[in-house]
Structure formats: C-alpha cells, structure tokens
Design a protein around this ligand. Structure first.
Ligand code: SF4
Ligand code: SF4
Length: 167
C-alpha cells in the first residue's frame, strides 16, 4: 500500500468536504447532534492512509477513530464529512451516493433522505471527493467494503420496515 500517496488523497478530499454541510441550516438542531455523541467504544471508520489525532481502535480489520463526541472539526474523519450520505459503488462500479444506513437509528436525515433537500454544494462535494477517492486503489477497496456494509444495513432495515428509499 502506498500510504504516502493515499494520505495525500485523503488530505485533498478533506479540503473539498470540510466546509460543506448536508443542509443549508445546521442539521444538529434537528437531533441534538446525535451523530457526535460518541463514547469510548464508538466512532467512525478511517479511510486507508487517513491520519487523525483521535484514538484509533481496530474493528473487524478497519481502523475506527473513537471521538468521545469531541474533535477538531477541520480534522474530523472523512466518514464524518460524508455523513449522513456515503458515496457507494454500484455493480457497474459507478458512484452512487446513498443514505448511510448504518446511521438509520441515529440520524433523521438518513431515515427521511427521500424527502430531504440536501445542499447542492454538499452533494457536489461528496461526488467530487468520491471521484478522487475511487482513483486510488486502497480507497476504492475501502469504499467497496463500506458499500457492502451499507447494503447489508439497508437489507436489515427493509426487513423490519418494509422498504427504504435512496436519494
Ligand atoms: S445525526 Fe444527522 S441530522 Fe443529526 S447532526 Fe448528525 S447528520 Fe445532522
Ligand atoms: S469525530 Fe467529530 S464530527 Fe466525527 S462523530 Fe466525533 S465529534 Fe462528530
């Protein structure tokens, strides 16, 4: 793995995503910032080569940044910058931005993604970031792994709710 190149890719992507927010208004007011109420066990998966000041735990072969609900916002993990959407890869390896169903129980924007008008600047940044990430082999493999996890989460939710919609 060429970590130095992959780290550069991660830094470039963070610059694109950093100041983008899912809605024009602060969505944290809808939910009491539910996605940032971390504890010592939970966190966000880091992309390959992504660096962080947060504590890192190994979980299922991934690096999990554990935040206790606090971080330097400009340095938050890429997964936090993408949330509540995530750029998955479909069967034809095309980027498909979907609600991050891992956060279904947590985030009202995931649960109601089909009714939400996400900020165009945010959607464009997610796509631009994904286009850069998929050109890097390690990051593309990571996105494929997360795609599987998100698809499995969606299947499980569909079993209980009778169906979900994608954005
Ligand atoms: S849980 Fe969802 S709605 Fe709440 S702050 Fe996080 S992204 Fe916004
Ligand atoms: S790392 Fe920061 S942005 Fe991400 S969940 Fe923790 S507090 Fe929220």
């Amino acid at each position: 793995m060429n970590l130095s190149n992959t780290s550069k890719v991660c830094r470039k992507v963070k610059k694109i995503l950093n100041d983008r927010t899912p809605l024009k208004k602060d969505c944290g007011t809808l939910c009491g910032k539910a996605c940032c109420k971390g504890d010592s066990e939970t966190g966000m998966l880091l992309f390959p080569g992504e660096t962080t000041d947060l504590n890192i735990k190994n979980e299922g072969g991934f690096r999990l940044a554990v935040c206790n609900g606090k971080c330097n916002r400009d340095e938050r993990p890429i997964s936090c910058m993408f949330f509540p959407l995530f750029p998955t890869l479909d069967k034809n390896n095309k980027i498909k931005t979907v609600p991050d169903f891992r956060g279904y129980g947590l985030c009202p924007l995931v649960r109601h993604a089909d009714e939400i008008e996400f900020s165009k600047r945010y959607l464009n940044a997610v796509r631009r970031a994904a286009e850069i990430l998929v050109k890097n082999e390690e990051c593309r493999d990571f996105i494929l792994s997360v795609t599987e996890i998100i698809n499995d989460s969606k299947k499980m939710i569909d079993t209980f709710t009778g169906g979900t919609e994608n954005v």
